[in-house]
Design a protein around this ligand. Structure first.
Ligand code: NAI
Ligand code: MG
Length: 351
């Protein structure tokens, strides 16, 4: 079996962590009797600065045949973030109907949480974030620019199809985990979109009577992810809320450099995309200290999605083992003094 994987390293440390992870991607495949053929596309901000667009016009057609996509990060200090995001990541998520964004938050053994009293294993939840619509729908306008009556409108979209897809995926995950789902909402203030969202959660819940459902307003959820993160199992949230909550999830679990994510095309007609949650981190780009583990864990999720569970488990376990080992190299975000390469070399030997 050979899988074709498109690599989109993107910008900044995105390039560093994707390049560093490639030997591990291949090593895990070798060990389990399948192979991967990777093709690297150097799209991103450098291209934008030279040619005026992040990706070529036929980017989506080019990516369509791949079994999966591995993305680093996009974002450049000289380009407004909405141009980079809307020029590459969002169009891919939308074109390939990657409706489900899955982001686990795990406090690994050997990692220090900034929260007092939490130890390895205490935090282990997963956020299911709606990924193609909601507050990130590209619908709105900006008129009368520069005048006193200037106006900007940004509309959130909640379709039945999109909302059911993310909610159902979250319930499915809950049945495979502890059977506990938290619906994060804001239906007190957003009386159309979020009331509809809650209604869909209640409807889908009837198909999963064994799953216990809690409802939390997003402001309270933000507080509780800091106050009692150990009590969460599966969280379902809209695009914006999920985006914010997963940064909280990443940091209470020790570092942005440890948080992986999957953008999943549920029906399987287009490739799914895997990426670390973090951005291009211009503050540490070029120093060789970016933590590659979020990307390694994202590759683990990629293999899991392709049905290569053993290779996925190998990568996940190697990361867990390295983090639990007090003598293993660590990047500065985890309190260590090692660089990206040392971390990857150590993982390679553990594989
Ligand atoms: P960021 O995630 O790039 O960085 C936030 C902080 O975490 C920085 O201090 C950075 O050094 C640290 N950090 C992040 N990843 C790390 C890693 N692997 N190892 C060690 N430290 C790490 O977020 P920020 O600074 O808000 O955004 C920078 C750029 O990235 C912006 O242009 C933004 O739009 C873009 N961005 C892109 C994302 C994506 O491509 N998925 C997601 C978030 C931001
Ligand atoms: Mg984010």
């Amino acid at each position: 079996m050979t899988y074709e994987i498109a690599l989109l390293p993107g910008d900044g440390i995105g390039v560093e962590v994707v390049d560093a992870t490639l030997p591990l991607l291949e090593a895990a495949a070798d060990r389990h009797g399948f192979s991967v053929e990777t093709t690297r596309y150097g799209w991103g901000s450098e291209r934008y600065l030279e040619e005026g667009s992040m990706m070529p016009d036929d980017a989506i057609e080019t990516l369509e045949p791949y079994d999966a996509i591995l993305l680093g990060a996009v974002g450049h200090p000289d380009i407004p973030d909405h141009l980079t995001l809307r020029g590459m990541m969002l169009p891919i998520r939308k074109a390939f109907d990657q409706q489900v964004c899955k982001r686990p938050s795990v406090l690994f053994e050997g990692v220090e949480s900034p929260l007092r009293g939490y130890e390895g294993g205490d935090i282990d939840f997963v956020v299911y974030r709606e990924n193609t619509e909601g507050e990130y729908a590209d619908i709105g306008g900006h008129e009368h620019r520069g005048y006193g009556h200037e106006v900007a409108v940004q509309t959130a979209i909640y379709t039945r199809a999109g909302t059911e897809a993310i909610v159902r995926a979250a319930f499915e995950e809950a049945t495979e985990r502890d059977g506990h789902l938290t619906n994060v909402t804001k239906s007190n203030a957003q009386a159309y979109g979020m009331v509809f969202w809650d209604q869909v959660v209640e409807e889908v819940a009837e198909e999963y009577p064994e799953v216990e459902v809690d409802r939390l307003l997003v402001d309270a959820a933000s507080m509780d992810l800091v106050r009692r993160p150990d009590e969460f199992d599966v969280i379902v949230a809209s695009n914006l809320f999920g985006d914010i909550l997963t940064d909280i999830g990443a940091i209470v679990s020790g570092s942005m450099g440890l948080a992986p994510s999957a953008n999943i095309n549920v029906e399987g007609h287009s490739p799914s995309m895997f990426e670390p949650v973090h951005g291009s981190a211009p503050d540490i780009t070029g120093q060789g200290v970016a933590n590659p583990l979020a990307t390694v864990l994202s590759v683990s999720m990629l293999y899991d999605h392709l049905g290569e569970e053993a290779a996925a488990a190998d990568l996940w376990d190697a990361v867990a083992e390295q983090l639990a080992d007090g003598d293993a190299p660590r990047t500065p975000d985890l309190g260590g003094e090692s660089g990206t390469t040392a971390v990857v070399d150590d993982l390679r030997s553990r594989l």
